[in-house]
Structure formats: structure tokens, C-alpha cells
Ligand binder design. Structure first.
Ligand SMILES: C[S@@+](CC[C@H](N)C(=O)[O-])C[C@H]1O[C@@H](n2cnc3c(N)ncnc32)[C@H](O)[C@@H]1O
Length: 414
């Protein structure tokens, strides 16, 4: 039986390293930060950590993580010794899957960069598969990782440095190399990269959206995320004071309410089942807008995908408050993740239902906070609840309201 590992590795977005360290310091204070490169960190575990191979880190900012087995120096001209070292580190464990991926190079969207597998990581993966030892010969063939599979992880940190680790697959993201949805592509006709964010958010959250469902997106211009919803056959109401791309406006299942989210009449949401937001404003401003909609008695939103922009990384400290606030509206099932296509923001997915007991205290605290904010609101007139003067940012203003009524939307296409 191999010794249990005393270190964890984590991969994250470039720029999120400090936020991930702070997240660990807050929720896992007995993990000691050990090593980092942009997009990659390791932590030393306490002597008796009692973590099982399939433990859930409950992290928003770690895209992938596992137990560390060690680093491997690579001679690029002759990687044979490095490959042998990977298999030596893997000895004694019955791996059923192999995940090889590169650490991120840049922040998503920076200079056109998108996070994902690279030619280099694919070459390393092929070399490893071809050389898998007889005891692990099932790794020679690439298969879909199944829940419960013990996964050998190899992170290509630099051409000259690989990091080896392992985890047990469970959730959809842990079954994918690096927690990445590498098969999502930006279609030629997509009008913005928000298409990628929406597609990833839908796959990660498994929100049960169905063809013919009504969805509304607040902060929808120019329209990439609405295109992802329309492609799945949803009827989409886009709300944004800015202009939409003509390709989206002309779609028969789309209507544009050219105004701010807070100015839309509640009755417009009566048949909406799924609410998504992507406003370039502070998280509490987004949550104020959403709260006014979902807590209205005539509105029955079943699930939400909220992109919460971090105007500064420090706002990540308040994720648990944002979660508790959403739960206080009756959305008991909330999960958060910085998606591979998110920039300095994260996705909050929420589904209506009873809160998990572990969130009850958070919910109570959020309700108390809301009461305090409501009192303060009377004093600071005109500023949305929870938004401080420093983090408030006015949304762009477009031309005056240009509203298409529901009846202007073409009949549902089958
Ligand atoms: C990141 S862009 C949205 C991208 C969009 N989801 C897409 O798919 O292309 C942010 C948008 O939020 C909009 N916005 C900001 N505040 C808003 C508000 N209060 N109501 C509606 N839209 C708002 C801005 O006008 C801007 O178009």
C-alpha cells in the first residue's frame, strides 16, 4: 500500500493564485502553502489529514486539484527518463484513467488566449499512454473517465517541468483533464466569447434546461450567451440598455428589452423559468437586481446562472455571503465555480429548493445582513443595497427604451 501523500496540488486561472490561497487560508487553515507558479499551487497537508482520495475541496477558484506525488524534471530532447519517473511515482496505485493538461499561460480572453489542452500536453499524454507499464496497461487507450476511477494527473508546468498527482473522479469536472470542458468551441457565428461561458455554465451546472423553456438574460449585449441558449431551443428575452448584434435580434425566438434589468416590469418574467445574468457591475448590484425579480410573488424562476464580476479580487472574500443571500430567496442548491471561460468573475448556479442544513447558519447571517443593509439604505438614498460608493459602477447606457412585446416574437419554431 503506497504512503498517503502529504501535499495537494491545485490548478487555477492565472491571476487567481492569491485568491485561491486566501480561500484556503479561510476554509482550510491547516493547509500550508508550499509552491506556486502562475496558475498552479501546492499545499502541505497536516500530518493526520484524514482526506479520502475523492474528498471535495469545495473551492470556487481551484479548477482542478488532487494529491501530489512529486515533480519531474524533463529533458525536452530526451524525455525517456522523465516518463520513467512518472511511472515510478505512479507505482502501487491502480490507476484507471490518465489526465494530462497544461497550466494556464494567460488569463482567459487575454490576447485571444483560451484555456485548454495544448499540442504540447497532447504529445506528453501520447508518450505516457504508449509507455504505460503492464500493470497499468488500460491507460494505453484513451477512455471517458468514469465516476470512481482513480486518475493519474500530470500537469505540464513548463516544457522542462511536469507535476504528478492523483485524484478519484466523481463530479463532472473531476472526470475531465484539468476540470476543463475542452470540447466547447466558439462557433463561427458567435457574436461574443460569452457564448463559451454560457455553454460551460450549462454543462457544469447541469441545469435541466429544455427546448421551449423561457429564459431571460440580464446583461445580454452583444449576445453570445443568448446564442448558446437559443441554440438549445430556448425562448430568450435579453435585457440590456446596449445594442444587440443584429444576428441575435433577428432570431425568431429572441426579443430584446432595451433597458436596465431593474426597470423591467415584473410581469415580463411571469413565464420565465431560467434567469441568467452577465452585467459588468458589482456582485451586490447584480444580486439586488435579481432579488427584486425572483422574490416577486408572480415570478417563478426555477434556476439561475449568475456571472458575478469581481471588480477587485478582494471581493472573492464575500462569496459565502453572496451564496447565503441567494439561498435566502429559496434557492437552496447553490454552487459556485470560476469557470475556465470566466475572466475575473465566477459563476453562481442556483436551483430552487430547500437549503442544505450546513447552509442554514450562513442563510441566517445573510438575512441579518440584509436587515442591516435595509436600515442603511434609508440613510444612503439612491445607492443599491450592499454596493459601496467605491465598487459601484454605472452600467453603459444605450439609446432610449426600445421594447418588443412578447407578441412580436415569432411563433415558436420546432
Ligand atoms: C459582459 S457584457 C455582457 C455580455 C453578454 N452576456 C453577451 O453574451 O455578449 C455586460 C453587459 O451588461 C450590461 N449591463 C450593465 N448593467 C446593466 C443593467 N443594470 N441591466 C442590464 N444590463 C446591464 C452592459 O450594458 C453590457 O452590455
Amino acid at each position: 500500500m503506497p504512503e498517503s501523500s502529504q501535499f495537494l496540488f491545485m490548478t487555477c486561472q492565472v491571476g487567481a493564485e492569491q485568491t485561491l490561497k486566501s480561500e484556503m487560508a479561510r476554509y482550510r487553515p491547516n493547509f500550508r502553502f508550499a509552491f506556486s507558479r502562475p496558475g498552479f499551487l501546492t499545499f502541505k497537508l497536516p500530518e493526520k489529514h484524514h482526506l479520502t482520495d475523492d474528498f471535495d475541496l469545495h473551492s470556487v477558484f481551484a479548477r482542478a486539484y488532487g494529491f501530489s506525488l512529486g515533480k519531474v524534471a524533463v529533458d525536452e530532447a530526451d524525455p525517456v527518463a522523465a516518463i520513467a519517473e512518472v511511472w515510478r511515482l505512479a507505482e502501487g496505485r491502480e490507476f484507471k484513467a490518465l489526465h494530462v493538461w497544461p497550466r494556464d499561460r494567460l488569463a482567459p480572453g487575454e490576447h485571444g488566449y483560451e484555456v485548454g489542452l495544448t499540442d504540447e500536453s497532447r504529445v506528453v499524454e501520447n508518450l505516457l499512454r504508449q509507455s504505460a507499464p503492464p500493470k497499468l496497461e488500460s491507460l494505453r487507450e484513451k477512455k471517458i473517465t468514469q465516476p470512481g476511477d482513480l486518475v493519474l494527473d500530470v500537469v505540464v508546468i513548463e516544457p522542462k517541468l511536469w507535476w504528478v498527482g492523483f485524484h478519484k473522479a466523481g463530479t463532472a469536472v473531476s472526470r475531465r483533464p484539468g476540470g476543463m470542458f475542452d470540447d466547447i468551441e466558439l462557433p463561427y457565428e458567435a457574436v461574443s466569447r460569452a457564448y463559451l461561458k454560457m455553454e460551460e455554465a450549462l454543462r457544469w451546472s447541469k441545469l435541466p434546461v429544455r427546448k421551449g423553456d423561457e429564459a431571460a438574460e440580464i446583461g445580454c449585449a452583444p449576445g453570445g450567451s443568448c446564442q448558446a441558449l437559443l441554440k438549445r431551443g430556448l425562448l430568450v428575452t435579453g435585457i440590456d440598455p446596449a445594442e444587440m448584434h443584429p444576428a441575435v435580434v433577428d432570431h425568431p425566438n429572441f426579443r430584446h428589452l432595451q433597458m436596465r434589468g431593474g426597470d423591467v416590469k415584473r410581469r415580463e418574467f411571469r413565464d420565465v423559468r431560467w434567469l441568467t445574468t452577465d452585467m459588468n457591475v458589482a456582485p451586490n448590484y447584480t444580486l439586488d437586481t435579481v432579488e427584486a425579480i425572483v422574490t416577486h410573488r408572480d415570478v417563478n424562476i426555477e434556476g439561475m446562472l449568475l456571472t458575478l464580476k469581481l471588480l477587485s479580487w478582494r471581493q472573492a472574500e464575500f462569496v459565502h455571503e453572496y451564496v447565503a443571500r441567494v439561498q435566502s430567496w429559496g434557492f437552496g442548491h447553490v454552487q459556485c465555480r470560476q469557470l475556465q471561460h470566466n475572466r475575473r468573475e465566477f459563476c453562481l448556479a442556483a436551483v430552487r429548493g430547500a437549503a442544505h442544513p450546513q447552509f442554514a447558519e450562513l442563510q441566517q447571517r445573510a438575512e441579518e445582513k440584509m436587515r442591516r443593509i435595509a436600515k442603511g439604505k434609508a440613510a444612503v438614498k439612491g445607492r443599491p443595497a450592499g454596493v459601496t460608493a467605491s465598487d459601484e459602477r454605472s452600467p453603459k447606457r444605450g439609446a432610449g427604451p426600445k421594447k418588443k412585446t412578447k407578441s412580436q416574437r415569432a411563433p415558436k419554431s420546432e
